[in-house]
Design a protein around this ligand. Structure first.
Ligand code: NAD
Length: 440
C-alpha cells in the first residue's frame, strides 16, 4: 500500500473554534442561497457519491486495510457495497420521499386541504466512529444530502487513512460550498460542537454521546446518537445449535462487530494498543481467566487477540458489565429461556438483541417484552443491512434512527401546512361571543 502515503496527507493546520465558526458561517451562507434544496442538486451529489465509490474502490479498500487490516472482501461487502446501495436507493426514491403528503382535514377547518411538507434542517454535523469508518461516515451524509442539507463530516481520527482519504475525495467529488470534511480528534470535535448546528448526528460510545448531547443542549440542537453497548443473543436448548453458533460467531467476529474480524485467512488486529490492553485486562481479570474455553491467545506486538469464548463469566466482572467491543464472547447459562429475557431487561437497553428458537410463542414474547434498538430472530446483525428497517438504539443504546427513508426523515423537518381560501368565512368564530352566537 505504498501509494497510499502519497494520497493521504495529514491535516496541516490546527482547526480551532474560530475556524469552526467560519466554516459553519460559510456553509450557512451557501445553504441560505437555497442551492441544496433543489432535487437536481441532491441527485447530482448522490450520483457523485456513487461515482466516487466506483472509481475509488481500490484506494478506499487500501485505506481500510491500513487502518484496521480489514480484509478486502469484508471492506467491499460491509462498507463499499452497503454504502453504494444506500446511495442508489436514495437516487431511486428521492422524488417519492420529497413529495408532500396530503392528509385529511377536519370539519373545523372546512373547506381546506392539508399537507405534510418535508424541509431540510439547514447545516448539520456528522461525527463518526472508527470501526466502519467509511460506512458510518458516508451513510449519514447520504441522508443529510437527500434531505437537502449542508453537511460537515468529522470522521474518526482512530482510522486516519480513511479520514484523510474521505477529506480528499469529498473535495474532489462533492460540492465544496456545502459539503465538507473536518479531520481531527477531541479538540477539533470540541470546536465543532461549540457551534450552532441544525442537527448533530453522532456515532460512537455512550461516554462521548453524553458530551455531544450536553453541547447540543446549550444551543437547543436536536441530536441523533448511534451508540453501542452489549448485544445479547439468547439460544434455546432444542434449536439447530450448529446454525445458531455459526450465525452468532459470524455476527460477533466476521463483520467487525467484535472489532476483530475473521477474513478468509486472517484475523484483523485490534485497532490500537489502548483497546488491546483494555481487552487483555478484561480477559485476565480474577475469576474470568479460568473461564476461557476457546482462544485466549494474544500477540501484543501485532495487536492481535484470537476469537475467545468464555463460559459462565461472573456477573460482576467488567466483561459482563461493560461494552466489550472486541473478540471476546462470554456465554452464560440460564435454567429456562424466560430467565434470559429477565437478564436482558435488567441491563441497559441494547442496540440489538437476538433470539434463537423455533418456538413461535417465545419469539412473540421476546419481541413484545424485550426492548432493544433492533432484533434478529434466528439471525444476527443482518437486520442492519435492510434499508426498510430503521437502525438505531433505544435508551442507553441511542436516540433516533436512520437507513433508507429513515435517514431522509432524520435529516428533514416535517412541516404541517393547512391551506384555506377566503371562502366560507363565518362571524361565529370571531369575538365578541354574544348570547345570539352562543345560541347557534
Ligand atoms: P468514541 O465515542 O470514542 O468516538 C466517536 C467520535 O467522537 C470520534 O469521531 C471521536 O473523534 C469523537 N470524540 C471522542 N472523544 C471525544 C470528546 N471527548 N469530545 C468530543 N468528541 C470526541 O467511539 P469510537 O471508539 O470511535 O467507536 C466505538 C463506539 O462506537 C462503541 O461504543 C460502539 O458500540 C459505537 N458504535 C456504534 C454504532 C452504531 O451504529 N450504533 C456503530 C459503530 C460503533
Amino acid at each position: 500500500y505504498a501509494t497510499l502515503s502519497a494520497v493521504v496527507k495529514p491535516q496541516e493546520s490546527a482547526f480551532d473554534g474560530k475556524e469552526a465558526a467560519l466554516l459553519v458561517d460559510e456553509l450557512r451562507t451557501s445553504f441560505n442561497t437555497g442551492r441544496t434544496r433543489s432535487y437536481e442538486w441532491r441527485i447530482s451529489q448522490l450520483q457523485n457519491i456513487a461515482k466516487m465509490i466506483d472509481e475509488q474502490e481500490k484506494s478506499i479498500t487500501e485505506a481500510l486495510y491500513q487502518d484496521l487490516s480489514k480484509p478486502e472482501l469484508e471492506a467491499f461487502l460491509a462498507e463499499l457495497s452497503n454504502t453504494k446501495s444506500s446511495c442508489m436507493l436514495a437516487i431511486k426514491e428521492l422524488k417519492n420521499w420529497m413529495a408532500p403528503e396530503t392528509v385529511k382535514t377536519s370539519v373545523t377547518t372546512f373547506p381546506s386541504s392539508a399537507q405534510i411538507v418535508s424541509e431540510p434542517l439547514g447545516v448539520v454535523l456528522v461525527i463518526s466512529a472508527w470501526n466502519f469508518p467509511f460506512l458510518l461516515s458516508v451513510e449519514p451524509v447520504i441522508g443529510a444530502i437527500s434531505a437537502g442539507n449542508a453537511v460537515v463530516l468529522k470522521p474518526s481520527e482512530i482510522a486516519p487513512a480513511t479520514s484523510s482519504l474521505l477529506a480528499k475525495l469529498f473535495s474532489e467529488y462533492l460540492d465544496e460550498t456545502t459539503i465538507r470534511v473536518v479531520q481531527g480528534g477531541v479538540p477539533e470535535t470540541t470546536a465543532l460542537l461549540d457551534q450552532k448546528w441544525d442537527k448533530i448526528f453522532f456515532t460512537g460510545g455512550a461516554r462521548v454521546g453524553r458530551i455531544v448531547m450536553a453541547a447540543a443542549a446549550k444551543k437547543l440542537t436536536p441530536v441523533v446518537l448511534e451508540l453501542g453497548g452489549k448485544c445479547p443473543a439468547l439460544v434455546d436448548s432444542d434449536v439447530n445449535l450448529q446454525v445458531a453458533a455459526r450465525r452468532i460467531i459470524t455476527g460477533k467476529w466476521a463483520c467487525n462487530n467484535g472489532q476483530a474480524c475473521i477474513g478468509s485467512k486472517d484475523v484483523s488486529r485490534i485497532v490500537n494498543s489502548f483497546h488491546f490492553k483494555r481487552l487483555e485486562s478484561m480477559m485476565k481479570e480474577n475469576g474470568v481467566a479460568n473461564k476461557i474455553v476457546h482462544g485466549g491467545q494474544t500477540m501484543e506486538d501485532k495487536l492481535k487477540i484470537s476469537p475467545t469464548i468464555l463460559v459462565d463469566v461472573p456477573e460482576e466482572s467488567s466483561m459482563m458489565q461493560e461494552e466489550i467491543f472486541g473478540p471476546l464472547l462470554p456465554v452464560i447459562t440460564v435454567s429456562k429461556i424466560e430467565d434470559g429475557f429477565q437478564v436482558i431487561r435488567s441491563k441497559p437497553k441494547p442496540l440489538a438483541a437476538y433470539l434463537f428458537t423455533d418456538n413461535k410463542v417465545l419469539q412473540n414474547r421476546f419481541v413484545e417484552n424485550v426492548s432493544a434498538g433492533g432484533m434478529g430472530i434466528n439471525e444476527t446483525v443482518l437486520h442492519v443491512t435492510m434499508k426498510d428497517l430503521p437502525f438505531g438504539g433505544v435508551g442507553e443504546s441511542g436516540i433516533g434512527a436512520y437507513h433508507g427513508k429513515f435517514s431522509y426523515e432524520t435529516f428533514s423537518h416535517k412541516k404541517g401546512v393547512l391551506y384555506r381560501s377566503f371562502d366560507g368565512d363565518s362571524d361565529l368564530r370571531y369575538p365578541p361571543y354574544t348570547p345570539e352566537k352562543k345560541r347557534v
